[in-house]
Write a protein that binds this ligand. Sequence first.
Ligand code: NIG
Ligand code: FE
Length: 417
Amino acid sequence: MSRTLIKNIKTIYTSIKKPPVKGKDMSNILEIQAGYILIEDETIKEIGSVYKGKETDVSFVYDATNLILIPGLIDSHTHLVFGGSREHEFSKKIAGIPYLDILKQGGGILNTVQQTKNASFEELYDQAKKSLDQMLLFGVTSLEAKSGYGLLLDTEVKQLEVLKKLNENHPIDIKITYLGAHALPTEYIDKRDKYIEQVQRDLEIIKSKNLAEFVDVFCEVGVFSADESKKIFKKALKLGFKLRLHSDEIESIGGTKLAINLNAKSVDHLMAITDEDIIRISKSNTIANLLPSTSFFLNKNYAPARKMIDSGVAIAVSSDYNPGSTPSENYQLTLQIAGNKLRMLPKEILTAATINPAYSLDIADSVGTIEVNKKADLVLLDAKNLDYFIYHYGINHTKAVFKNGKLVVNNKTLVKE
Ligand code: NIG
Ligand code: FE
């Protein structure tokens, strides 16, 4: 058995609320000053102020003087695996051409679909692994990742298999989502119904190969309607998938209500959420997954986070990492934008980056808080306090990361096996 002691921690910050953590409970954060953590193998064994055992009984001691400790960050919405990049669309975006117009002209998601189709398994794997390494350096220890740049089955399966292999090989835990309904493939223009039927059939194959745990749909004007989303979701539920939904990013067309009624784990984006749906989600166990980096990069409005918190909604904040609307692996920047633009407080943001996303991914029993018997997924930050972490923006505050009790980032660099 290996025992690790992290000692002299300036302050330990963690939520201790039972998830989903809603409304004002989001700012209920336990703070332990001058603390220590004792880890046995993968698991947190002790948390306290003064370690009473002998340091010689411990295999590894980490001196965390001047560092603060938070739970491993959990990014519950990414499009991690894709071919190529889309910097050629950046100037169109700067010139003010709307996102959905670029998509209509065969660009946007459809451009990445072509590049993902052309890329080999190894190319996709290597590119995504590079991103994962970056994310780990920023303190992310678990994340959700979607397909959705294949649309047609073969490339969707290729993306999902890349994710499966990355999950086996990389320290970050990956929860996998099938997003065949991310855009209408060019092959199905004027045959919308046929594509919905195709996705329903593909779901059976994805299930039989055990390639995904969740199913997502991009429910938006010009993409998929609430009715089409419902057809896909009904089939997904029958097959035993759990649900997430891209909804209310640009307009509110009924997806949020649908997802909540079907007990979806999360509804994501929500920049255009209606007051009615804010009440509806506050009464449910569905997490409102806000993606402020996307608003930032697309120069769009921000989700009404304050109103949601005041109405008792449980919020997560995620990166939405993807080549079109959020080409940045810097999850800490996302959290800092949540402070500045969603007007969320640092304690609320910590809840939204740890226990609530863990809940939406069904991993809250083992991660998302610093508690005895949970996995030792921990991030040491070179920051004076939690407020400083959110306020001093754009840099990487991570000093060290423990994943399953193992030191995987030390002195801001990846620890090689
Ligand atoms: O979540 N909104 C839909 N999907 C992505 C964008 C994907 C892309 O542009 O490639 C998003 O923002
Ligand atoms: Fe997305």
